[in-house]
Write a protein that binds this ligand. Structure first.
Ligand code: ATP
Ligand code: MG
Length: 769
């Protein structure tokens, strides 16, 4: 997806309503094929569960709950050498924490070893299975290829009696590992390779963590799974798409032994893949074993235990599973979607607090030395409350000496910077308007403190004369500050697809994925219990680490930042980068749409997600109406307010924007006329948000008009290629996916003004010439 071109960003995800699995179940119930729905979640106890498993858990347990059926927890413990009771414990704990209950239906495939063995004997007796002496290597070699039939094993026509005898002796331990296998006798020329006499049992002289030394033959997955489903009365056996080819074998086995009703059926859905993470247990195990993370529950891990320790609540994970839905095509889900669900969930749950992560001292020279005030600060802003509810509050002490965030002051403010600077007035949240009078430097030449004055008439943070200040910042009273350890967690991997990136996946870990700081917090944070959630205003949601927090001194894990600030990381210095469209923009489409939004969507021909975002506050709606009044098109005005502007505004919201509907309409017109690209439009909007100004003038001043002229693009492209000779060489050596890299670099160089289609064409031409 072209990240640069917001217009292409679809509100993808499952359409609400019935997915294909629910349709199948509805039809089964209607036709009387089943009277009850029984599903199962079948983890192999060889690692911790991850967010991908959570998708499957929410689906299986969710279906059971929806249809008044039941869902079994079945440990698929057919492989004796890789499994561990420790993993079983963590798996059960994680599922329960997610909010699901298997009741008394906790099973193990190993519970069925005796019955599975009997089914195997039944197949042999029917002439449908035989004991084979080929080695693994020989078997693999004789299996053929997708275009070529396999060759039958020399033992294929072994008499039934002989196979029965050998199978009995396999069980009795007379043969070493690998000497013999039991194979189904199906069809060595079958188009489906899984049907070419697959192995059903192998010899493994290994102790099993539950069955002990009782067995030295173990059933293969394909044999054990369908029969375990049947034994438990599973109706809908739901697994991921990799098992599509196994379904034929699943059915063949159930067709050829005597099983009770109901007969289970297998259905496949797309597994979850998430950007910036890896999701295979094998790889996660490697991270743990190589000590690249602090354990399975490291808050950066995509494991359920990791997410829990990071401060994610189960309701957020369930909402995420709901949002992504169930589909039949594999896809990559943006991590932002998960982050959106986490924020949305914590917004109403985590009370607001103030803490400074990178402190800068402020002295209010006109505030009496001994004086202390206490401000009553609400725990929640109005929009995070249920309708009609009022917020609880806490008292926050204030004094002459304060700390503010180092980032909230710039001595020479860059363009668009709205916070404190020499001579500038800002609001200290809930307290006073203050003006910076003097910058004091330490001996090292660094800024040591700021000397400011305050306006006593602005007590509570309200401007007495209604004057506007540029921004609102948080603060902590120096005398009362509580110092705390804060751990800032970020994404574990830098690239979107660490699995697909060059080299080993471990090479792509983000070295900055954990930063530990000493924060200074308002004193009420000493009452935050281990496992408690807060929102540190303007910083993110934080969680008191359950293991490392002490009484009165929580250790704070950052669960998630407040907005998607990722785009800022590689922003050129001195200029705030346009934020990527926040997940907030797309997500409301997947939530319940309010009546007002539905009406607006219908009346104005808008996308429901857009209408929902517009209706979220009066200010947005007013801006939209004013823009239409001034001639903007509905579609562009709606989309740009909902998808772009919302991500760039601060908490003051649309009411406080320094431009009006007419200016916004002008921007819409530039976009609609194609005068500027979407990327350039975002630059313009960012500048408007920062300091007002008319879009046409900004475009003119910054040279942001769309560049589609062939010569201009060609010279841009040749500059970019010249700057990246290594990449060029690799591209020409066959690494064609570097096209995206060059596109990004060229787009950046043009300040987002290049026409994406024309740029791609120019680039392609230059690369392939
Ligand atoms: P991994 O590939 O990470 O080792 P697995 O599939 O081998 O995982 P199991 O313990 O066998 O792990 O998985 C239990 C269930 O969870 C299976 O039904 C499997 O299909 C499902 N599952 C595993 N990974 C995902 C995923 N990424 N998305 C959805 N379901 C998944
Ligand atoms: Mg598996």
């Amino acid at each position: 997806m072209g990240k640069a071109d917001l217009d292409e960003k679809s509100t993808e995800g499952a359409p609400r309503g019935r997915d294909f699995i629910r349709e199948i179940i509805d039809a089964d119930l209607q036709a009387g094929r089943h009277t009850q729905v029984v599903t199962r979640f079948p983890p192999e106890p060889n690692g911790f569960l991850h967010i991908g498993h959570a998708k499957s858990i929410c689906l299986n347990f969710g279906l059971a709950a929806e249809y008044g059926g039941r869902c079994h927890l079945r440990f698929d413990d057919t492989n004796p050498t890789k499994e561990d009771v420790l993993y079983e414990r963590s798996i059960a704990e994680d599922i329960a924490w997610l909010g699901f209950d298997w009741g008394e239906h906790r099973y193990h495939a190993s519970d069925y070893f005796e019955r599975l063995h009997d089914y195997a004997v039944e197949l042999v007796e029917k002439g449908l299975a035989y004991v084979c002496s080929q080695t693994l290597e020989e078997m693999r070699e004789a299996r053929g290829t997708v275009t070529e039939a396999g060759r039958p094993s020399p033992d294929r026509d072994r008499p039934v009696e002989e196979s029965l005898d050998l199978f009995r002796r396999m069980r009795a331990g007379e043969f070493p590992d690998g000497a013999l296998t039991l194979r189904a006798k199906i069809d060595m020329a079958n188009a489906n390779m899984k049907m070419r006499d697959p192995a059903l049992y192998r010899i493994r002289h290994a102790a099993h963590h539950r069955a002990g030394d009782a067995w030295c033959i173990y059933p293969m997955y394909d044999f054990a799974h369908c029969l375990s489903d049947s034994i438990e009365g599973i109706t809908h056996s739901i697994c991921t798409l990799e098992f599509e080819n196994n379904r034929e074998l699943y059915d063949w086995i159930l067709d050829n032994v005597e099983i009770p009703l109901p007969r289970p059926h297998q259905y496949e859905f797309a597994r979850l893949n998430l950007t910036h993470t890896v999701m295979s247990k094998r790889k996660l195990l490697r991270l743990v074993e190589e000590e690249l993370v602090a354990g399975w529950d490291d808050p950066r891990m995509p494991t359920i235990a990791g997410l829990r320790r990071r401060g994610v609540r189960p309701s957020a994970i369930r909402a995420f599973a709901d949002m992504i839905g169930v589909a039949k095509a594999n896809s990559m889900v943006d991590l932002e979607k998960l982050e959106y669900c986490i924020r949305d969930d914590l917004n109403r749950a985590a009370p607001r607090r103030m803490a400074v992560l990178r402190p800068l001292k402020v002295v209010l020279t006109d505030y009496p030395e001994e004086k202390t005030e206490r401000f009553d600060c609400p725990d929640f802003p109005p929009d995070a409350l249920e309708e009609g509810a009022t917020s609880t509050s806490r008292e926050v002490p204030f004094g002459r000496e304060l700390y503010i965030e180092r980032d909230d002051f710039q001595e020479t403010p860059e363009k668009g910077y709205k916070r404190l600077a020499p001579g500038r007035e800002v609001r200290l949240r809930h307290a006073y308007l203050v003006t910076c009078q003097e910058v004091v430097r330490g001996e090292d030449g660094e800024i040591a403190e700021l000397r400011c004055t305050h306006d006593p008439a602005s007590r509570g943070g309200k401007a007495p004369d209604g004057r506007k200040v540029m921004g609102t910042i948080h603060w902590v009273s120096a005398r009362d500050a509580l110092s705390l350890e804060a751990r800032l967690y970020d994404r574990l991997f830098l690239p979107e697809r660490p699995d697909a990136a060059e080299g080993e996946f471990e090479d792509h870990l983000d070295p900055d994925s954990l930063k530990t700081l000493t924060a200074l917090a308002e004193p009420s944070l000493k009452d935050l219990p281990p496992g408690g959630h807060v929102q540190l205003e303007r910083q993110g949601y934080f969680f008191a680490d359950p293991a490392d927090s002490a009484a009165g001194r929580p250790v704070l894990n950052r669960t998630v930042t407040l907005k998607d600030s990722w785009g800022r990381k590689d922003a050129p210095a001195g200029k705030p980068a346009p934020r990527r469209p926040a997940a907030e923009a797309a997500a409301p489409a997947l939530r319940k749409v309010s009546e007002a939004a539905r009406e607006l969507a219908a009346a104005d021909g808008l996308d429901e997600a857009v209408a929902e975002a517009l209706c979220a506050t009066e200010g947005r709606l007013a801006l939209y109406r004013a823009a239409l009044e001034a001639g903007a098109s509905r579609e562009t005005a709606g989309k740009w307010i909902a998808n772009v502007l919302v991500a760039q505004m601060d908490e003051a919201g649309a009411e406080a924007l320094p431009f009006d509907g007419a200016a916004f309409a002008e921007l819409c017109a530039l976009l609609d006329a194609g005068t500027i690209t979407a990327t350039a439009g975002k630059e313009v909007l960012l500048e408007m948000v920062g300091g007002g100004g008319r879009p046409e003038a900004i475009v003119e001043a910054r040279g942001l008009a769309r560049v589609a002229d062939g010569d201009a693009l060609a010279s841009l492209v040749s500059e970019v290629l010249a700057e990246h000779p290594d990449e060029l060489e690799r591209y020409r050596a066959g690494k064609k996916n570097l096209l995206g890299f060059f596109l990004g670099m060229a787009m950046k160089k043009s300040g987002g003004a290049a026409d994406p289609g024309a740029l791609r064409a120019a680039l392609q031409e230059a690369l392939d010439s």
